[in-house]
Design a protein around this ligand. Structure first.
Ligand code: ADP
Length: 464
């Protein structure tokens, strides 16, 4: 077990102000794998001061210099991909192959995309007799969750640095080890002292201190809607910018003309990936009444391929496992039909949950309304397209979704009616440049690509 005692502040690793620690638990067997310091408001204050002091210098660097630094950071992330994948597998529990391709691979792509954008983005525009300067917002407080621990960090830090902002990061307490690796990469890439700072700690302490700090100009938060609401209220009271990436309950709408087998197979894979701990997961599958029984059979067979401990890992913590199991029990209690999995532990050790599929889920059930954040798929029946639109839009969330149809035009026509920030058409591929973010209570603001960069910029117009 490793005992880490430093936090990365003002360009070096230094001990925390207090003596509190956080135990990092490996979800595959429940054993403690490391400890990290539990930062307090004093550590957050030191980090914010460092970020403020570094801001004028960093904001004044040429975009090409920021691009070069992000290229160096991307190269560091790529060089340490194996270590990153192993670390995420140890602290989050995802199978190593998934950690390699997704948890280690996507951040390299996203960081690379911001290296290119920093070089090519128009940080100045002409509007009539004005020149509009797009300037960095200032000091960014980034608060990230554990589900895609490195991706969430890079999706905030890379655009912030590209924009000329400085950053204090408070990563999730369940997955601080990969955040430490990221800080090592930033250091090795030559990020100047104070431009990027890391404070590990608990949400209600270090997180709340960062969100409420008067030296922070923008809070970028990804996590639960409950915490996002608090952070939004704090930011509102302080008239400070805020970006919130919150929960989801996305719909996978399979229209009658679609390739049903493919839509169901991809839909099940989407929900089971990362043990269902994906805010954009399509946890509600909507199938036409005439194809309903066939879809349920296909989904049941597909779920059986996700053997716990092989193709699907544990969930992140005992608390998360208990929460997910509670939802499964509630689903049974409310009359949904369990066709795969269930609340029982599939393995004696670790925080595993059986890949679970419910049929006969109705839109008002908890299963169809609340974000479960586990490997649980609900299959709902619709009668016609208007009914499908109503069901798909009938939650407080609007983060992602999918539409399948015989041709793209039909799927796109349906997608236009969805209240959601992102829709995959007939199995469309992940695009690291596409804006990601929510309608309704799924959040405010967008991440990734040029839209993600714009979040970290403010405008100044000069009239001539
Ligand atoms: P999850 O359900 O994914 O754990 P949370 O919203 O609880 O989502 O956590 C996401 C991030 O927000 C974590 O880094 C956590 O430490 C932090 N956090 C939790 N509570 C607060 C809070 N009151 N203020 C600021 N950050 C918080």
């Amino acid at each position: 077990m490793k005992q880490h005692d430093g936090m990365y502040i003002d360009g070096s690793w230094r001990p925390a102000a207090g003596s509190g620690t956080i135990e990092v638990v490996g979800p595959a067997d429940g054993k403690v794998i490391a400890t990290v310091p539990a930062g307090s408001d004093r550590d957050v204050d030191a980090a914010v001061r460092a970020a403020r002091a570094a801001l004028p210098g960093w904001a004044a660097t040429a975009p090409a210099a920021r691009a070069a630094l992000l290229t160096a950071l991307r190269d560091q992330l790529a060089a340490r991909a194996d270590e990153i994948a192993e670390t995420v597998t140890a602290e989050l529990g995802s199978p190593l192959a998934f950690s390699r391709t997704v948890h280690a691979g996507i951040p390299v792509a996203v960081c690379g995309s911001y290296a290119e954008l920093a070089a090519s983005y128009a940080f100045e525009e002409r509007i009539g007799n004005s020149t509009v300067l797009l300037e960095p917002v200032g000091v960014v407080g980034a608060i990230t969750p554990w589900n895609y621990p490195l991706h969430q960090i890079v999706a905030k830090v890379a655009p912030a640095l590209a924009a000329g902002c400085t950053v204090v990061l408070k990563p999730a307490e369940d997955t601080p080890l990969v955040a430490r690796l990221f800080a090592e990469c930033a250091d090795a890439a030559g990020v100047p002292a104070g431009v990027f700072n890391l404070v590990t700690g608990l949400g209600p302490e270090a997180g709340a201190a960062l969100a409420g700090h008067e030296g922070v100009d923008l809070v970028s938060f990804t996590g639960s809607t409950a915490v996002g609401r608090k952070i939004g209220a704090l930011a509102g009271a302080a008239v400070k910018r805020v970006a919130l990436e919150l929960g989801g309950k996305s719909a996978n709408v399979i229209l009658p003309s679609a390739d049903l087998a493919r839509a169901v197979a991809v839909g099940v894979a989407n929900v089971m990936a990362n043990s269902g701990q994906t805010c954009s997961a399509w946890t509600r599958m909507l199938v036409h009444a005439e194809q309903y029984d066939e879809a349920v059979e296909l989904a049941t067979a597909a779920a059986a391929k996700y053997v716990p401990g092989e193709r699907i890992g544990p969930v992140v913590s005992a608390g998360q496992r208990d929460r997910v199991r509670g939802y499964i029990e509630q689903g049974i209690g409310q009359g949904a039909r369990l066709v795969a999995g269930g609340p029982d532990a599939p393995r004696p050790d670790g925080y595993y949950v059986s890949p679970t599929v419910f049929a006969d889920v109705t839109p008002d059930m908890t299963l169809a309304q609340e974000e479960i954040f586990g490997p649980v798929l609900s299959i709902l029946r619709y009668e016609d397209e208007d009914d499908a639109v109503r069901i798909a839009n009938g939650t407080v969330y609007g983060l992602a979704g999918a539409v399948w149809a015989g041709d793209d035009a039909e799927a796109v026509a349906f997608a236009r009616r969805l209240e959601t920030g992102q829709v995959d058409i007939n199995g469309g591929r992940f695009n690291p440049l596409a804006p990601f973010g929510g309608y309704k209570q799924s959040g405010i603001g967008r991440e990734l690509g040029p839209h993600g960069l714009a979040e970290y910029l403010q405008t100044k117009s000069l009239q001539f």
